[in-house]
Design a protein around this ligand. Structure first.
Ligand SMILES: [Zn+2]
Length: 256
């Protein structure tokens, strides 16, 4: 190969690397929401984990809905990106957002949370991953690498696409963005933002690193960030009865 040709190839390779690392996430952000919804429709629900429902009067589902509406009241901006939140059976201490605005919380996370404010903190963080289009960005970037594509396709064959997306981990910037705007969302909703910090700090201290820390890398700045969101008036998210009903949603035998 001539020296000149070599340079052209090197330039092309460098250009592609830049597009892959910088351009792809930026491009993915502009994929229309309806296209992401369509993609989400092609994927299945979370296999190997079942969604918890309760029979009427459905106090648990009502409490979950109350929490979601409090954080995400579908104002003018929220209406363009509707979300669905469901609770999954399973002891995994995790929550994840997947394509099309679906957010799943595991019962294990719910049992680990010590207050509705802690759960609200995690949910606000997940909502911001959706709103900032971090999931579609992760999918596009992963699919652009052979290893990532294999992980998604292989994971999908094993346990469903929604579960394969669990292997997506977000960048530091994306985590910081979800924290920052999650905290802002909590403030707007009048929900105590300490819940978000308390939950992640306790998770980090617990001996068995919960799954939520691998899908949402721990960030030492989280507490500092939250400190800037203190001193605003807060109102309770759920009553004690509503919180008990929500925690009993996946375990009707223990509810009461
Ligand atoms: Zn996260």
């Amino acid at each position: 190969m001539s020296k000149r040709k070599g340079l052209v190839w090197a330039g092309l390779a460098a250009g592609l690397a830049v597009v892959a690392s910088v351009g792809l996430p930026a491009l993915a952000k502009h994929i229309p929401w309806r296209v992401e919804r369509w993609l989400a429709g092609l994927t299945d629900g979370p296999q190997g984990a079942s969604v918890c429902h309760d029979a009427p009067p459905a106090a648990g589902s009502d409490a979950l809905n109350r929490l979601v509406v409090r954080l995400y009241p579908l104002d003018a901006e929220d209406r363009t990106i509707p979300i669905e939140v469901a609770l999954l059976r399973g002891d995994t201490v995790n929550a994840f957002a997947t394509l099309g605005g679906r957010i799943y919380l595991y019962d294990g996370l719910l049992q680990q949370a010590r207050s509705p404010e802690e759960l609200a903190g995690v949910l606000a963080h997940e909502i911001e991953h959706v709103r900032h289009r971090h999931i579609i960005q992760g999918v596009v970037v992963s699919a652009a690498t052979w290893g990532g594509l294999k992980a998604i396709v292989g994971g999908a064959a094993d346990a469903g696409v929604a579960h394969a997306l669990l292997t997506l981990s977000f960048s530091r910037e994306q985590e910081a963005e979800a924290d920052e705007d999650g905290l802002r969302r909590l403030r707007t909703a009048g929900v105590d933002a300490d819940g978000l910090v308390r939950f992640f700090e306790r998770a980090a201290r617990s001996g068995s690193a919960p799954a939520i820390l691998s899908s949402h890398p721990a960030d030492t700045d989280r507490a500092d960030r939250a400190a800037r969101f203190r001193g605003y008036p807060v109102r309770a998210v759920l009553s004690a009865e509503q919180w008990a009903a929500l925690r009993g949603l996946c375990r009707p035998a223990q509810a009461g």
